[in-house]
Design a protein around this ligand. Structure first.
Ligand code: SAH
Length: 232
């Protein structure tokens, strides 16, 4: 069973959207497991404090290293070997290849920041991998953790019925996916591209590849460059 442990100030947010659809079914069927560690349970002093003001000044609060360390140690107690990922806009942007590596492993520990973030020493002490889900700022790491778990779990064996539904997707061959169409064949005066109803599999395949290439070139020059380097 693939294991996930989320360290958060808001354990009630989990499983949240991960309880729905195929991922939710897989959770019920024990194809993966989810545990939360509440950072608040590791707060210090009479007020159960978890944060303090930043050294050097500036707005907001920072999560204390001793509190985060205690929470991470609790998470690691049962699963010493799991990688610890900390959600951070400063982190390496996550992509599908890393998601697949994580899903192929035993599981993950995900640490969700809040406020201005986490004392850097706790991140270094546990050799955490800092990961971002995009160049924008969330109010907390929880939506990022939910997104990462969603992406990992759907690739686990047995979660999605037909394996093909994973194979043809965006990023799988370094390209964005071709456009998809279903019934009705004509809708609001718009017809489905002729080639898709031709039944000619080879033609369909090359049309889809051409569409995927054109879309990737137009929308994601970064991916397109990589694709050219690998395929030419
Ligand atoms: N002051 C920080 C932002 C803090 S946002 C900075 O400028 O870098 C509060 C928390 O939300 C962060 O600790 C992190 O856990 C989470 N977070 C915000 N944006 C994120 C993103 N793009 N990816 C992953 N986690 C993010």
């Amino acid at each position: 069973m693939w294991r996930s442990i989320v360290i958060t100030l808001f354990p009630e947010m989990f499983p949240g959207l991960l309880g729905f659809g195929l991922n939710g079914q897989a959770l019920k069927n024990k194809l993966w497991s989810l545990r939360t560690v509440n950072i608040r349970d590791h707060g210090i002093n009479a007020h159960n404090s978890v944060d303090d003001t930043p050294f050097g000044g500036g707005p907001g609060m920072v999560l204390r290293p001793d509190v985060i360390d205690a929470a991470v140690r609790t998470a690691k107690m049962s699963y010493e070997s799991l990688p610890v990922l900390v959600m951070s806009p400063k982190g390496r942007p996550l992509a599908q290849d890393r998601i697949k590596e994580l899903a192929f492993g035993e599981g993950v520990i995900l640490l969700c920041g809040r406020y201005e973030g986490i004392d850097q020493r706790a991140i270094e002490e546990h050799a955490m991998e800092e990961v971002s889900i995009g160049d924008f700022i969330l109010s907390g790491g929880e939506p990022a953790a939910l997104a990462i778990l969603d992406a990992c779990v759907r690739t686990l064996p047995g979660v999605i019925g037909k394996n093909e539904s994973l194979e043809d997707e965006s990023f799988e061959n370094g390209l964005l996916e071709y456009p998809q169409y279903t019934r009705p064949q004509v809708w609001m005066d718009r017809s489905v591209p002729e080639v898709l109803i031709s039944g000619h599999h080879k033609k369909i395949k090359s049309w889809r590849l051409a569409q995927a290439e054109a879309l990737t070139q137009r929308r994601r020059p970064d991916l397109w460059e990589m694709y050219l380097r690998e395929n030419c």
